[in-house]
Design a protein around this ligand. Structure first.
Ligand SMILES: [Fe+2]
Ligand SMILES: [Fe+2]
Length: 474
């Protein structure tokens, strides 16, 4: 197992102490990161003790420690999952050859772009959530927000380490740029669209952690297959932390639904107006939030047909999520049946070489994973005696990238005319009134164990602590 050094200025298991140049370069970047955190990270909570999990190693049993930390003093470290002895390339044209410990010169640009794009999303989400702490529904939730934030900060460190260690001067410049772009900035926005959407309420935060962090999971799964071993190991460890982010999303939405069902029972009605008057979130409103965040997150996978994806797969740069689940890892003779728009209202099936459809393969695996939560939520709704069913919109609904970009489509996937779309879209996405209602519920609750009226308490606390534990000392 790799040696963990926790006493260094930058905790790590990559033997930083024995690479003075790299260590100095990262120690030079560290204050830039901290001033970015200070300015763009959680607003106004720098002095507070937060009960946080900190990664301290990569051992499956005890990889994290829990305790009160002030966020600026969080120990952001660099951790790679243990090396797999004699690991071999798992897919593409070089299947079976030994993996790479350095970036091959011919793939340098592609790897750099991939790492920069992944790295850009990490601080972006922290920026998007900059002000959320002020309207927390409970101390438990406030702590979870900060946990997600510090871990996205650590994920930035993970990508910056790769840039510094393997990409020389360009890498160092890219690392600086990762702190210079900002979510929603007109001149220097974050690279990907979804990461420029503001997250100004907690329902959006729960949807973001459910849908967009899950996109992160699938990107990391693809990169964890990479033939560039340090990247694969980095991403494998990031997935360990990422699981909690999706837990926050899934349980967050579950708790919203549970509270809504309670209110519906108390009032004896499913009338949205009555539910809103009682300070809860009606299910049709939730459905519109799901429509918004799911469709927005789908674009992150890129175009359905992509020569870039094909090259990436062929060269062993980026695999399919869970590559081991497939039997053919070369995928050269296979085809993929893709539905594409045909004429004004039609749909036809196009045969695409499998390698060119890798983005779509990943997107569909992601969509299937998203379905799991909906099944659970619908079960809760059904058990409470209601026939309302939450659904995911079709993967071609409201797309801005790929074959379905700007093709008017109903949430059920039917192609419709531009006029019908223009009339329908207002009812499919959160309206101004929906957002105003959600915003009106965003009153901060900070008494330990108390919850805002729009969300039920969680089943249990963090790390065996009670729900009423003082997760943030204000
Ligand atoms: Fe992340
Ligand atoms: Fe995340």
């Amino acid at each position: 197992m790799s040696n963990v050094n926790l006493s260094d200025r930058i905790p790590n298991n990559v033997d930083l102490a024995n690479d003075r140049t790299l260590q100095r370069a990262l120690e030079h970047w560290q204050p830039h990161f901290l001033s970015w955190w200070d300015e763009m990270g959680p607003h106004d909570f720098a002095e507070r003790d937060v009960y946080l999990r900190t990664a301290v190693g990569v051992d499956a049993q005890g990889w994290a420690s829990y305790g009160y930390v002030r966020m600026p003093e969080y120990r952001w470290g660099i951790f790679l999952a243990d090396q797999v002895p004699d690991r071999r390339i798992g897919f593409g044209d070089m299947l079976g050859q030994p993996v790479w410990q350095q970036v091959p010169g011919e793939f340098r640009t592609q790897f750099r772009r991939l790492i920069v794009t992944q790295g850009d999303t990490e601080p972006a989400s922290v920026e998007q959530q900059h002000l959320l702490g002020h309207t927390c529904p409970s101390l438990y939730d406030l702590r979870n927000l900060f946990q997600v934030n510090v871990e996205e900060g650590r994920h930035l460190w993970a990508m910056v380490y790769l840039l510094h260690a393997y990409f020389g001067r360009d890498g160092r410049e890219e690392a600086e740029e990762l702190l210079a772009r900002h979510s929603g900035d007109i001149d220097k926005p974050r690279i990907l669209g979804t990461f420029n959407e503001p997250i100004s309420d907690w329902l959006s935060f729960f949807c973001f952690t459910y849908f967009t962090d899950r996109d992160g999971k699938y990107q990391l799964k693809s990169l964890a297959e990479s033939s560039f071993d340090p990247l694969a190991r980095t991403c494998r460890f990031m997935l360990t932390e990422e699981a909690h982010h999706m837990f926050v999303g899934e349980t967050g939405i579950s708790r919203v639904i549970r509270r809504t069902l309670e209110v519906m029972k108390e009032l004896g009605t499913d009338d949205p107006v009555a539910i809103r008057r009682a300070g809860a979130i009606d299910l049709p409103l939730l459905q519109r939030y799901l429509n918004f965040w799911f469709s927005s997150s789908l674009d992150l996978f890129g175009s359905e047909i992509s020569s870039n994806a094909a090259t990436s797969f062929a060269n062993g740069i980026k695999g399919r999520p869970d590559e081991a689940h497939y039997t053919d890892h070369i995928a050269i003779d296979q085809g993929f049946e893709l539905e594409v728009p045909d004429g004004d209202v039609g749909i036809r099936v196009e045969q695409v070489p499998m390698r060119n459809a890798m983005n779509e393969v990943a997107r569909l695996a992601y969509a299937k994973d998203c379905e799991m939560g909906l099944k659970r939520w619908n079960m809760m709704i059904g058990r409470a005696g209601h026939d309302f069913v939450l659904t995911l919109p079709a993967v071609r609904f409201r797309r801005a990238i790929g074959s379905w970009a700007d093709v008017p489509t109903a949430p059920d996937g039917r192609r419709i005319g531009a006029t019908d779309y223009a009339q329908g879209i207002g009812g499919w996405l959160p309206s101004t009134a929906d957002r105003a209602h959600v915003q009106s519920l965003m009153q901060r609750v900070i008494e330990p164990g108390k919850m805002a009226g729009w969300v039920a308490p969680p089943d249990r606390g963090i790390n065996n602590m009670s729900v009423a534990y003082e997760y943030v000392r204000l």
